[in-house]
Design a protein around this ligand. Structure first.
Ligand SMILES: O=C(O)CCC(=O)C(=O)O
Ligand SMILES: [Fe+2]
Length: 413
């Protein structure tokens, strides 16, 4: 097959208000289920690995969301323990939760009260603890921080002591560590799926590629333990009348997201035709989606999923026949190292298999009367200039989500 240049312009063009010109409803591609043990571990064989890579390729060009079975996160009782921890934390009185308030942390890590976070300038109806890859201490060099404000993101997490929340530090750091490994391993599989040279994507995560801030690789990742409460008033804050925004429509700013949810409905992904599709809870699979940096690196061959979470009150129709109580989730976001320039792969280096899947998707869109993908997210929302290190994008994303931290430390946005 003649190679076709996959171009960022056409593959991920934002057509905010585009509609199917035929006005008919277009069937949406469904989410895929992949088995991680086919890719890595004692039962993986050459043939199972190639099946995995094939499925990953298909999943990457579809909704950009897939289920991943048999990860180490679903072994033993780890998932149950972290969800128990999450529920216990949010059951604590506000003044105890605020002992690890995000505004205590110059590194944007800690508890955000209900109503303190924004997406697309609108308030999110959730509360959460933000974490990042653990660094014993923050960067101390003031002139470096001035030049590269995103280095403020590196530093220690905040945890409640074991007497108050048993296992908090241990469990979260373990979850983070396992997710790091899964994300690296999936990145190796993505290299195979795209036909990219070995190590060409992994280098972005390890920080071993181009380096403009220092000779140190500033590896990075974020994680959140989240609650979407149902009550009308949470910690003295009233829900916005009529708003169902748990977290508003967005594409994750980083690389790969690994998500576990409680059985409650709420997560939705936007199909190429603009429809919002439920991504249901899976009791023994992680939900994986891609972030904007992979979309950029792959020139749009891999879709960064546009998604959102609806947050419903007790009496809404969405709550019917669903488990009562609040929705919880644990989200891990791998990102490129802060010091790397995330360069796109040369378009002629993408494998014919990827190009043909991409072309098929294009043809389907055309048949549906759509020239481009319909999305609520502006194109290249968190893409940087080709020569900027990723840290600047990470900084842009975080400062707009947490204006209270920006104000407390006099950061410039
Ligand atoms: O809570 C969820 O299910 C998803 C959260 C999410 O998309 C995010 O925090 O970026
Ligand atoms: Fe997200």
């Amino acid at each position: 097959m003649a190679p076709v240049a996959i171009d960022n312009q056409t593959s991920t063009n934002s057509t905010h208000h585009a509609k199917s010109t035929k006005g008919e409803s277009v069937p949406a591609p469904s989410a895929f289920t992949l088995d991680f043990s086919q890719w890595i571990g004692p039962s993986a064989t050459e043939s199972s690995k190639s099946t995995f890579v094939h499925q990953l390729r298909e999943a990457s060009a579809g909704l950009g969301f897939f289920y991943l079975l048999n990860t180490p996160l679903d072994q033993g009782n780890l998932r149950k323990r972290i969800f128990d921890l999450n529920e216990k934390f949010f059951a604590l009185p506000l003044h105890v939760r605020q002992r690890i308030s995000i505004v205590n942390s110059p590194h944007f890590r800690g508890f955000s009260k209900f109503g303190d976070e924004r997406t697309q300038s609108m308030v999110d109806h959730r509360d959460q603890i933000d974490y990042g890859l653990e660094y014993a201490q923050g960067v101390q060099d003031d002139s470096l921080l001035q030049q590269y404000p995103f280095l403020h993101l590196l530093g220690p997490n905040q945890f409640l002591p074991d007497e108050v929340l048993p296992g908090h530090r241990e469990l979260v750091l373990r979850w983070l560590d396992i997710c790091q490994n899964i994300s690296l391993s999936l990145t190796e599989a993505l290299e195979a799926a795209l036909g990219a040279p070995k190590g060409s994507l992994v280098q972005f995560l390890t920080g071993q590629s181009e380096d403009q801030t220092s000779s140190t690789a500033h590896k990075y990742a974020r994680m959140k333990t989240i609650r979407y409460p149902r009550a009308a008033n949470i910690d003295g804050v009233q829900r916005l009348q009529g708003s169902t925004q748990g977290v508003g429509a967005h594409k994750d700013g980083g690389w790969i997201t690994i998500l576990a949810t409680s059985p409650h409905r709420g997560l939705q992904v936007q199909s190429y035709n603009g429809d919002w599709i439920d991504v249901d809870h899976h009791p023994n699979a992680m939900i994986v989606n891609f972030g904007q940096q992979i979309e950029r690196v792959s020139r749009g061959a891999i879709t960064a999923a546009a998604h959102r979470v609806l947050s419903h009150t007790e009496d809404s129709e969405h709550s019917a026949n669903l488990p009562s109580g609040d929705r919880y989730s644990v989200a891990y976001f791998s990102t490129p190292a802060l010091n790397v320039v995330v360069k796109s792969l040369p378009s002629d280096s993408l494998s014919p298999e990827v190009l043909s899947i991409w072309q098929k998707a294009q043809e389907e869109r055309k048949k549906a009367g759509l020239d481009t993908v319909v999305t609520d997210i502006p194109k290249g929302d968190l893409w940087g200039r080709e020569d900027d290190v990723f840290g600047f994008q990470a900084w842009k994303g975080i400062v707009r989500s947490h204006p209270n931290v920006v104000e407390r430390y006099n950061y410039t946005a």
